[in-house]
Design a protein around this ligand. Structure first.
Ligand code: SIN
Ligand code: FE2
Length: 206
């Protein structure tokens, strides 16, 4: 990542538009394809026993997981039992733009197909909220909604486009957030359409 990444603040969130060039986006998608071969994407169950509309997998030590027993981080793929592959260097480089003290130990990979969404939630299963959650968007635009620490706080939304990076940190680290919808088929990055979102996190204490 040789080029400067200008960071703007949108609704209190640090957003780096175009953090990845088109060539970097294509290279990262190739890395993610290799990861999906050894750690196949799956749809976790919600607490209500319905499968989530996004498919997830991960790179790094941890993968977020959910079933009727609740939410937690796991260290082995639920189907293969194998550890998750290493986090791609391009994703690590984006993390370092926001957080240089520790490396991430989880890169959650969400795939949104046509009609997929993610309800409002907090990311609060990590040991230390002093470290950010850094997200990278690839493919079709996603309408990102952000509220406050309280679930009932007012929310606002903005579109995340392919190549954008974002960090939830400081006052937004525990803010409720989600994806209302995607513009399926708008981007040509993924041959079958859809949106990939990477969230880099530090799960274990530093
Ligand atoms: C998430 O909150 O885990 C994903 C957010 C996104 O897809 O941008
Ligand atoms: Fe999240």
């Amino acid at each position: 990542m040789e080029h400067e990444i200008p960071v703007e603040i949108i609704h209190e969130v640090m957003v780096a538009r175009g953090a990845l060039t088109n060539a970097e986006q294509r290279a990262l998608v190739m890395d993610l394809r290799e990861i999906a071969k050894v750690a196949p994407p799956f749809s976790p169950m919600t607490g209500w026993g319905k499968p989530m509309s996004v498919k997830i997998t991960a790179a790094g030590r941890f993968c977020w997981f959910s079933d009727r027993k609740g939410y937690r981080y796991i260290e082995a793929h639920p189907q293969t039992g194998n550890p998750f592959p290493p986090i791609p260097p391009l994703a690590l480089a984006v993390w370092e733009r926001f957080e240089s003290r520790v490396p991430p130990d989880c890169c959650l990979i969400n795939y949104y197909g046509e009609g997929a969404r993610m309800g409002l939630h907090q990311d609060r299963d990590e040991a230390d909220f002093g470290f950010p959650v850094v997200s990278i968007s690839l493919g079709d635009p996603g309408l990102f909604r952000i509220g406050g620490v309280e679930r009932k706080s007012p929310t606002r939304s903005f579109w995340l486009e392919s190549g954008d990076a974002m960090a939830l940190q400081a006052e937004t680290r525990l803010a409720h957030h989600g994806i209302d919808r995607i513009k399926f088929g708008e981007s040509a990055l993924l041959p079958k359409g859809g949106r990939l979102n990477l969230t880099l996190r530090r799960v274990a204490p530093a």
